[in-house]
Design a protein around this ligand. Structure first.
Ligand SMILES: C[S@@+](CC[C@H](N)C(=O)[O-])C[C@H]1O[C@@H](n2cnc3c(N)ncnc32)[C@H](O)[C@@H]1O
Length: 371
């Protein structure tokens, strides 16, 4: 029924991997993100210019916002996860580079003093060597003394990345695990990171285009009607709720709690369902019910002729494979969008007990237009 197009050329671009070598985009590794290359492709495809406004309702680490800003295009993004809003903000802020260079120089030569306020939480004892924990607390205290909020946050992001890399923790799916192998000192990681981040900004100065990164829920937007020219986004994939517990270390450095799950995360509540999908697992019904609210909101805020690229992934359930692209495309159509095509970037198998094939799922990009 829909125009499915095999588009394996996007198979890497729908992942975060290409961002690993992209200045600024690589300041924070985010497994669920997509790449600058993907955002750039649709910026070009949709003929966006410096008079356009792009919106990303599932901003994550701000790949869409930063890619737009790099091309002088204004953008707005929201996310329910405050850690990711913080990361997106730091990556898209307009810094005073002269002042930032001074701060980075100063921070690079801070003279270490053993901190007295080492946290008693047994998690920290497990997560760090004594030296790394002392480094982390010392640096966090010093950063707290920095006057300008944007410079404080710049250094804090560097510390978050360095603390994670210098800790014994690693993320294994939804679980944070501890593996006591030798780690580089946090102090050294931090020093390298701040110099690299500064260099990124000096070599690739960001144009002054608006990039507004805010907390928000994609199911009820705080935006006015018909102001958005294009949407480049990727909602959480079906059956892949993000457990914020794995960001415990990052969150604690920001003073945030790590709830097991964010209450307004798409698909996290079990009470809403959608007609015609009763045969699907409850988790899938909830996901599509939430996404129908999002699509209705996107329809409201988009200008006529606005174009949307929505990267989605199917979900594996014990008894069936559910392809999100087709169901979301028909919901979008019912909401009033035209479905121009579904670009299939990847196919993969769902298996049970490791070997029994349950069905195939797709990772695709749904291309929509508001008539
Ligand atoms: C696949 S990730 C997006 C990644 C992003 N494209 C990037 O490159 O970093 C999906 C994001 O949706 C966010 N999210 C989940 N439920 C949401 C909701 N109700 N409103 C807004 N954001 C939500 C998650 O926190 C996550 O950051």
């Amino acid at each position: 029924m829909f125009n499915f197009v095999q588009a394996q050329k996007f198979k890497d671009a729908v992942t975060f991997v290409p961002n690993k070598t992209e200045p600024i985009h690589n300041w924070f590794y985010y497994k669920e993100g997509f790449s600058k290359q993907l955002a750039d492709f649709f910026i070009k495809q949709f003929n966006l210019t410096n008079t356009s406004l792009v919106f990303d309702p599932f901003m994550g680490t701000g790949t869409t916002l930063l890619s737009c800003k790099q091309q002088s295009i204004s953008s707005i993004g929201i996310d329910v996860n405050p850690l990711l809003v913080f990361v997106s903000k730091v990556k898209t802020t307009d810094y005073d580079l002269v002042s930032l260079e001074e701060i980075v120089k100063k921070a690079g030569s801070w003279k270490f003093e053993r901190p007295k306020d080492i946290p008693k939480d047994p998690f920290y004892k497990k997560a760090f060597s004594r030296f790394s924990l002392e480094d982390m607390v010392f640096l966090r205290n010093k950063i707290g003394e920095i006057e300008k909020p944007e410079e404080r946050e710049f250094l804090l992001l560097a510390l978050i990345d360095s603390a994670v890399k210098g800790s014994y923790t690693y993320k294994d799916g939804a679980v944070l695990k501890i593996f006591k192998n030798p780690r580089p000192p946090v102090r050294k990681l931090f020093k390298n990171k701040i110099h690299r981040m500064l260099k990124d900004l000096q070599r690739n100065p960001l144009p002054k285009a608006i990039a507004k990164a805010e907390d928000g829920d994609a199911r009820s937007l705080q935006l006015k009607d018909e102001i958005v020219d294009a949407v480049i986004t990727s909602p959480p994939y079906l059956n892949k709720i993000e457990y914020t517990k794995v960001y415990r270390l990052e969150n604690s450095l920001l003073g945030l709690n790590s709830q097991p799950m964010l209450p307004s995360h798409i698909g996290s509540k079990a009470e809403r369902t959608i007609e015609g999908l009763e045969s699907l697992p409850i988790a899938a019904q909830t996901y599509f019910a939430d996404m129908s609210l999002v699509l209705a909101e996107l329809h409201r805020v988009c200008k006529p002729s606005a174009q949307l690229a929505v990267v989605v992934g199917g979900g594996c359930f014990p008894t069936q494979a559910v392809n999100a692209d087709e169901i979301l495309a028909s919901t979008a159509e019912k909401t009033g969008f035209n479905v121009e095509s579904i670009l299939v970037a990847r196919n993969s198998w769902c298996t049970r007990a490791r070997t029994i094939k349950v069905g195939q799922i797709r990772e695709s990009i749904i291309i929509l237009r508001k008539p």
